[in-house]
Every structure is written in C-alpha cells, then in structure tokens.
Design a protein around this ligand. Structure first.
Ligand SMILES: Cc1ncc(COP(=O)(O)O)c(C=O)c1O
Length: 456
C-alpha cells in the first residue's frame, strides 16, 4: 500500500461551502434526535452530520470538508477508510463473519503478529468488541490470578461504561444521579501525578512521585481490606486531557506493585497501538504491565479490542469464561491484523514520533503567545492544550474551551474537546503541513476568544 494513499483527498481542505452546521446537517440532526438520545457533549455543542471520511478528512452532509483532529474518538488512527483495513474486512464479510471462538486462520495470524510486536511476556490473549468489555475481562483475570478482589484506580481516569469499568473511573454528577450507588464494593480511587496540577510536591515545588507511592501504601494499609488484586491505570489520561505522568512514575509504581504482590493493569485502549508513538505507551518507561487492554486504534474503526495477560498467567483465561459472541470474529481479526501491518509498512510509529515533536514545539510557542493557555501536553499524537482564566491561579476556563471548540470547527477542524482541556488525536499518518494547519485554526480561535473576553 502506497504510504500516501490519503493525500489526494487532502488537496482542498478545509473546504467550507456553507457555515457549519449547515442546513442539511441541522435537518438530519433534528430527525435523528427525535429517536436517538444520550449524545456526547461534543455533538451537542456542534451538531454536524457526517457522510464520508477519507484519510485525514471528514465530509459532512452539506459538502463541507474538515481536517480531522479526532480520528473518530482516537479510533481511526490510520486515517478514515484505510484501504488495507477496509479491504480486509470486506474480504471476510463475504467469506466468514462469525464462528464463535473456533480457530480461524486469520485469528491465528493476528495472534502471531501480536506476539511479534508486544513485549515478550505478554502472551495470553483474548479478543472483545469494545474497550469496556476488555477492561471487565481484565478485572476478572486479575481476581482469578491473585485470588484477591480489591482494585485501585486513579482520579480522572476513564475505563469504560460497564460496572467494573465505571467503578474504576471518574464519575460525573450525571452518572451518580442516574445509577444510584455508583462504585462497586472494593473499588477505590487515589490521585495520580499530574505535572501541571500536582497533589504532592517537594520543597522546591516540583512534583514528588515518591510521595504518591507513599500515599498508595498508606491508603492500602488504612483504607482497604489488604486484598488489592490490581492497580488499574491509563498510561496517560485520554479523556482526562492528554495528561502524562512524570517519567519516573511508572517505574516506581511497577517496583511498588512487585513488592506488594499487586498486579499492574495498564488500560491501553486509548494510548496503545501507536497513538503515543509506541505499540504500548508503557514502553516509553520500559515498564511491562501484568494485564493490558487494547482498543480504538487496534482495528482502525472496526470494533475489535483485546485483553492480554503475561504468559505465566495465560491459563487463567480458561477460568474466567473469557470468550464472547463477537470477540475474535474473522472480520475483527482481519481489521486488527491489517491495522498492525499498515503501522509497520507505512512506518507510522516513526511518523508519530517525529510529527509529535513538531506538535509539541508549536504548542509551546502558542503557550508563550497566549494568556489563556496554561499548559500544553502530550506525546506522539495524544495532545492537549489546557485553557485557564489566569496563568497564576490556573483556574480552568471551561467557557473558553467550548468557544474555541466551536470556532475552530466552523473554520474546518473536526475535533473532540469539550472541557477546558483541548484534546487532540489526529490520524497518525498526518504530516507537519496539516499539523500546522490544524494548530493554526485552533490558535486563531483562541485569539478570537481572548479578544472577546478582554485579554487583548
Ligand atoms: C482508556 C479507555 N479504556 C476503556 C474505554 C472504553 O472503550 P469503549 O468505549 O470501546 O467501551 C475507553 C473509551 O474511551 C478508554 O479511553
């Protein structure tokens, strides 16, 4: 597959024919929302209706073409409708769609490819069709491996929307009102190091990662029954705002978990398979988790996810009734295998590392130039710009987040932020030209908001 298959459709972007959301988008949205409820805040804030995606572009029903800084929601990482992935799915759609978890040649090929790219010890694999199911399976595996039933997770982490996954995650007020008692028994949350907003600092004001570990130790002694099976974390927080911990955090946590016999469960549904420039984001810190989950980029839009445990624990998957109706179906395996092969063939990890550095450099310049940018953050193509009312007080500027989102969208940028942190997850094939184009649209929108709010 030619590396630049997507360039043709990128020739005339953005192309805004009518101010979005245009009349056709509005009409379709009104029709759909007579029946369809529970939209995400992004859609509520910008009710555009999409019709087509190709590479780094999305086209709406009014014919407006946008530069994509969302990859769906961190999903279509190799570009929309990547030909290799689409053809692989189509092939199996015509040949064999489902045979439960019986062995198929395509599943075997995917398992062997995963064995090749994952750190050596991660060899016990199972497939699912959404991230939250993979996380649930990981929780069941952790209980089966350790014989323990308690779990620690972190403030502002997100792990999915089924009960154990929700119990490991930040809950919004809406959740607690609708679900009643939200967290399942035995699930606890603790702070994790956020370099811009640290909970624990050293005397010189810098973040103190040792203090976090000491806190976990005290919390486990005083606040749990001493039956902690696993520490469940995102390597970097996606929904939380592209927040990466300091480089010494995960090595210290790995050591602590080993000392205490606690499993380290890295939920890489969002960060894994290239988004942060590595197959596993945890490889940035040379840390191999005991349990890991993949999703999103894994199938480039086809619903396929995975839960993997270390080789020495692989047989535990026989004890947790691990299979599911759709997990590992031939289309899903074909989509995942094609995605992993495309990442290798198109040298995408290298692109993510190189263009990722460009993104960060340009975002640092934006931070210097703009009074409402408090912080910029990210690795690879998992990026964030944090808006604040005042750089000294760091008060979150939610209203600005909404306005910048809507303004940049109107200029032709399809993206995902909703709170005061502007989250970006462009397709991993993007080059510097389009990275610059997207950031310029965001910068213009920020400048307009600053003007409207009296900062300029
Ligand atoms: C880190 C993480 N884990 C799990 C999930 C849940 O995945 P899904 O929406 O496919 O159930 C998400 C979704 O955003 C996620 O970001």
């Amino acid at each position: 597959m030619a590396k630049d298959w997507w360039r043709q459709s990128a020739a005339d972007i953005p192309k805004i024919l009518v101010e979005p959301p245009g009349p056709k988008s509005r009409e379709l949205h009104a029709s759909t929302t007579r029946y369809f409820h529970g939209l995400s805040s992004q859609v509520k804030l910008f009710p555009v209706a999409f019709e087509e995606g190709h590479g780094i572009t999305l086209t709406d029903v009014d014919g407006n073409k946008y530069l994509d800084f969302s990859s769906g929601i961190y999903v279509t990482s190799l570009g929309h409708s990547h030909p290799k992935v689409s053809e692989a799915v189509a092939h199996w759609a015509k040949k064999l769609m489902n045979c439960h978890d019986f062995t198929t040649p395509i599943k075997d090929a995917l398992l062997r490819k995963m064995d090749q790219i994952l750190p050596g010890k991660l060899r016990g694999m199972q497939f699912y069709s959404d991230g939250t199911s993979a996380v649930e399976a990981g929780i069941r595996a952790a209980r089966a491996i350790t014989g323990k039933h308690e779990f620690l997770s972190c403030f502002r982490d997100f792990h999915g929307k089924t009960l154990a996954a929700v119990s490991c995650a930040q809950m919004s007020r809406g959740d607690s009102l609708s679900y009643g008692p939200t967290r399942a028994p035995g699930f606890y949350m603790v702070p994790r190091p956020n370099p811009y907003r640290p909970t624990f600092t050293k005397a010189d004001g810098t973040i103190d990662t040792d203090a976090y570990i000491r806190y976990y130790d005290e919390f486990i002694r005083e606040g749990t029954a001493g039956n902690v099976a696993a520490f469940v974390l995102e390597p970097a927080q996606g929904w939380g705002g592209s927040i990466f911990p300091p480089d010494d955090f995960f090595p210290k946590l790995r050591k602590y978990c080993d000392e205490k016999g606690i499993l380290l469960f890295a939920d890489e549904v969002l960060t894994g398979m290239g988004r942060a420039g590595e197959w596993l984001c945890m490889s940035h810190w040379d840390v191999v988790p005991d349990i890991v989950t993949f999703g999103k980029s894994f199938g480039n839009g086809f619903p396929v996810t995975s839960m993997v445990v270390r080789e020495e624990n692989a047989t535990v998957l026989d004890k947790i009734s691990a299979s599911s109706s759709y997990g590992g179906n031939p289309m899903a395996c074909a989509a995942a295998l094609a995605s992993l092969e495309a990442i290798e063939e198109e040298d995408i990890l290298e692109n993510v590392r190189t263009v990722g550095k460009f993104f960060m450099k340009r975002m640092e310049q934006m931070k210097e130039a703009h009074p409402i940018i408090g912080d910029v953050k990210g690795k690879g193509f998992l990026l964030g710009i944090e808006l604040v009312k005042d750089k000294k007080t760091k008060e979150p500027f939610d209203e600005a987040g909404k306005l910048v989102y809507q303004k940049a969208f109107r200029k032709g940028l399809a993206w995902i932020p909703a709170g005061h942190i502007l989250r970006m997850s462009p397709p991993l094939i993007m080059d510097e030209k389009y990275a610059e184009m997207g950031l310029s649209m965001i910068e213009e929108a920020i400048a307009e908001v600053e003007k409207e709010h009296g900062y300029r």
